[in-house]
Design a protein around this ligand. Structure first.
Ligand code: HEM
Ligand code: HEM
Length: 191
């Protein structure tokens, strides 16, 4: 009688077929928190000063700082798994997917780094959780503040467009090519 293969639970590390549990946890947590940041800043632009907007604005630095830590962890974990994760195939589409993911990584790192540099160089103390992380600078470090002002918001909105493209590509993979791309990251909890 043919034996049915017992279901294996999801691996912790990535494999060439699937992203592992830690990569998935980081991907979806970071995605949700980044969308929270965009929602708050979008409401601020659309509605101006409103109680609901103040609530979102009040969480922005805290969530952003937590995001920075999660993103550093994600980069380290991706590097540790780099030889053992799902590939994107050869050809132009494969190259575009690799470059698209690299751009998302670059943006994920640069957006909070720019804001944190600006906070470090500022004449105000940085204490998002109620205790001081960066002391005030007197005088402020101009290049850090200017760099943060130039990069943080602008790159933020460009990245939102990049994320929209990323989600659109996932929809195309699911709707047209049906090649199991979403399953590699979402799955059903089983390998
Ligand atoms: C990945 C994490 C983050 C994302 C996606 C994000 C995104 C954004 C966006 C889209 C804006 C709106 C810019 C505009 O008004 O046009 C903004 C503003 C702002 N963010 Fe963040 N942010 C993040 C992390 C942080 C961190 C860590 C800090 C604090 C150190 C911070 C502090 C600020 C401040 C003070 C503003 C208002 C001033 C400005 O427009 O630059 N953000 N952020
Ligand atoms: C609802 C929104 C999202 C969906 C449905 C989604 C879906 C996916 C899927 C299916 C993959 C696997 C693609 C493959 O390997 O071929 C993936 C990978 C990836 N996604 Fe997303 N994603 C979302 C949001 C985001 C956000 C907000 C970011 C960060 C800015 C992001 C960054 C990445 C990166 C860098 C990869 C490459 C794998 C890795 O190194 O972690 N995604 N995403």
């Amino acid at each position: 009688m043919p034996q049915t293969q017992p279901e294996k639970s999801l691996p912790f590390r990535d494999t060439p077929m699937l992203y592992g549990r830690l990569t998935r946890l980081l991907h979806w947590t970071i995605a949700a928190l980044m969308l929270w940041q965009f929602l708050g800043m979008g409401l601020k632009l659309a509605l101006g000063r409103q109680p609901i907007v103040s609530f979102f604005v009040g969480t922005h630095q805290k969530v952003g700082t937590v995001l920075f830590v999660l993103i550093v962890l994600r980069v380290v974990w991706a590097l540790m798994n780099r030889r053992n994760r799902p590939g994107h195939g050869s050809g132009v589409l494969g190259l575009a997917a690799t470059l698209g993911h690299l751009a998302l990584y670059a943006a994920m790192v640069l957006i909070p780094v720019a804001a944190l540099l600006r906070a470090y160089g500022s004449e105000r103390a940085f204490a998002p959780f109620g205790f001081q992380i960066f002391a005030p600078q007197t005088p402020p470090i101009e290049w850090m503040v200017t760099f943060g002002d130039m990069i943080h918001g602008e790159l933020g909105w460009i990245t939102l467009a990049l994320i929209a493209g990323h989600v659109l590509m996932v929809c195309l993979h699911e709707g047209m090519w049906r090649d199991g791309t979403l399953r590699k990251m979402a799955g059903r909890g089983r390998a």
